[in-house]
Structure formats: C-alpha cells, structure tokens
Design a protein around this ligand. Structure first.
Ligand code: HEC
Length: 298
C-alpha cells in the first residue's frame, strides 16, 4: 500500500517534470488564429481588469518578475518566453491550460481572452498587431452585425432579427444560430433551444407562459449569436414586460431572516435571547450547586 503511494507520487512528479520540459504544442490552425478586432485602449483596459483578477496571482505584474514559484514556472507577461508566442498560440494556451496553468475557456469568453492578450501585448513595444481579414458571410463583408429583439404577441414568441450593415445598407443574415436567455440574479436562464435565422434573418423563440418577471412582469432578455468566431460577440439585451408579475421579497427587506441584528424578525430575536438566558441560567445554577457542595465539605 505504502509502496504504491510512493510510486504514485513519483509517477506524478515525473509527469510534471516531463511536461515542464516538453514544448507546449499548439495546433497549426490555432497558432495562426488572429483577433478579428483591433486591440484598442478600451480592450487593453478590459483585459487588464481580467488579468488582475484571473492571472496576477500566478504570473505577477508585467515586468516586475513577481510570479509565484511553481513547476513549471509561470512566465512574466512581458518576458520573451511569453511574448514570442503568436496571438493564436496565446489564445490557445490561455483557453486550454496545461498542468498547473488552468483552462480558462469556461471562465472567459473568446472575446475576453483577446482582451487579455491585448493587455499582455501592451507591455511589448516591438509588437505590431495583425488583424484577421474580416469574416465574410455569403461573400459579403459587413461593417456591423446586429441583433434586435421583438415581441410577437400573436405568436407568443420572441423574435430575434439578425442583420448586417454594409455601406449604410442593412441586409438580413440567414442560416446563423441564435441563443436566447433571460437574465436572472445568478447567471442566465435558457429560454428556448437555439434557433437558426430564416431567409429574413429572423429566429423565433417560443416564450414560456409561466416565466416569472419582476413585480411588473419585466424580464430582461438577452440574445446572442452562437458562433463567436465569425463576428466576435454579437449580442443584445432588451427588457420586455412579458413575464408573470412576481413579488419577491427583497433580500434586504426590514426584518428578513438573512440580515443584520437590527433587522432580525422579533420572534427570532426573542427566541434566541430566551434560549441564551436559559442556558446561562442553567450553567450558573450548576456552579452555585457545586459551591454549595464545597461549602458542605468544609
Ligand atoms: C494557478 C496559477 C496560474 C494562473 C491563475 C494562470 N496561470 Fe498561466 N501559467 C501557469 C503556469 C504554471 C504556466 C506554465 C505551464 C507550462 O509550461 O506547462 C503558465 C503558462 C502560461 C502561458 C504560456 C506561456 C508559454 O510558455 O508560452 C500563458 C500564455 C499564460 N500562462 C497566460 C495566463 C493568463 C492570461 C492567465 C489568466 C487569464 C493565467 N495564465 C493564469 C500558471 C497560472
């Protein structure tokens, strides 16, 4: 048993050391991948925020060489080891992770990862960004791709309209998958299964009759193009008053259970104080009895 444990630990160590030494292979297509958007001051700022929360704890701050000691060592963002990666390789490594380097593909969207890369590159003076050729759709390059949400009461459906603009002319975009969510306190709720846009660029979602909204029945709906790789993150948010009006007691309501002492429900306060008094009373009683026994002994 003991030998097996030692063998297990040794094997793990060997794997880690081997991984540290083997170069990190990036598939050719991922290596050549480029961001469709140019890195701007805005994307760098967004990327900096993401970096500080998700990466700084291991990689440290750019140029300060204050990364934590791990095997393999997380490189400083401005180091040659980091900067010699192509944009696509950075995107791949951040998304997939390896060994102690976590995978971020379920934490950060593809666009978030590009923003982090924009920030990583901001400390490299020799870096010149190459932007991907604009993706085309049916042979057309659009300046802007947009989603809009409408309510069709007759069909009890929410319709998403997908259109591309080119030189001021708006055209519907057919055959692309759209997802619809309702925003909740914690995360998003899938409203209906993904739908492909039809010839008019429309994707129609059945809206459930019993979806709770706020006190006035308002629901914030969010539609998003499923394929982020094509045009980046295309999404829209619209508030519609189509949910079931629901009165949820706010979490900070006076005298709610989850709250500060001043706001505890009175019955709870009394029960609590009474139990504390009874327990202490009992302890004091026992002590007094003990003292009486001692006195008697003397
Ligand atoms: C838990 C610690 C940890 C966190 C958090 C972390 N990394 Fe890493 N990272 C590492 C380690 C360790 C390596 C080396 C992995 C290897 O070579 O196998 C690494 C490697 C990398 C590489 C590859 C460098 C090279 O050698 O080509 C990149 C790029 C990278 N990290 C970016 C990031 C970004 C961006 C974030 C935040 C979104 C992040 N890391 C968060 C530990 C971490």
């Amino acid at each position: 048993m003991r030998n097996k444990t030692i063998l297990f630990i040794l094997l793990n160590l060997v794997t880690i050391v081997l991984m540290a030494q083997s170069p990190w292979e990036v598939p050719a297509d991922r290596n050549a991948k480029l961001s469709t958007g140019a890195f701007t001051e805005q994307s760098q700022t967004a990327g900096k925020d993401l970096y500080m929360t998700n990466c700084k704890s291991c990689h440290g701050e750019p140029g300060k060489n204050n990364a934590i000691k791990l095997v393999p060592q997380p490189p400083d963002p401005s180091s040659t080891q980091m900067q010699q990666n192509s944009d696509g390789a950075l995107h791949f490594k951040i998304s997939e992770g390896r060994g102690p380097m976590p995978s971020f593909k379920n934490v950060l969207s593809s666009v978030d990862v590009w923003n982090v890369i924009a920030f990583l590159r901001s400390s490299n003076k020799d870096y010149k960004q190459q932007v991907a050729v604009r993706p085309t759709f049916g042979g057309e390059v659009f300046d802007k791709v947009e989603l809009k949400l409408n309510w069709e009461a007759a069909k009890n459906a929410v319709t998403a309209q997908l259109s591309g603009t080119r030189g001021g002319i708006v055209k519907p975009m057919a055959g692309l998958e759209v997802k619809l969510f309702a925003k909740r306190y914690f995360g998003n709720l899938v409203v209906d299964k993904p739908v492909d846009t039809d010839a008019e660029g429309k994707a129609s979602f059945t809206f459930p009759k019993n979806l709770p909204g706020d006190a006035s029945g308002n629901v914030v709906l969010m539609a998003q193009l499923s394929n982020e790789e094509l045009f980046g993150l295309v999404k829209t948010e619209t508030q519609m008053s189509i949910g079931v009006p629901t009165n949820r007691p706010p979490l900070n309501e006076p005298r709610a259970l989850w709250n500060v002492v001043q706001k505890t429900p009175i019955w709870l306060l009394i029960t609590y104080l009474a139990s504390v008094l009874i327990v202490w009373g009992f302890i004091v009683y026992v002590m007094l009895q003990l003292r009486a026994i001692f006195k008697m002994g003397e």
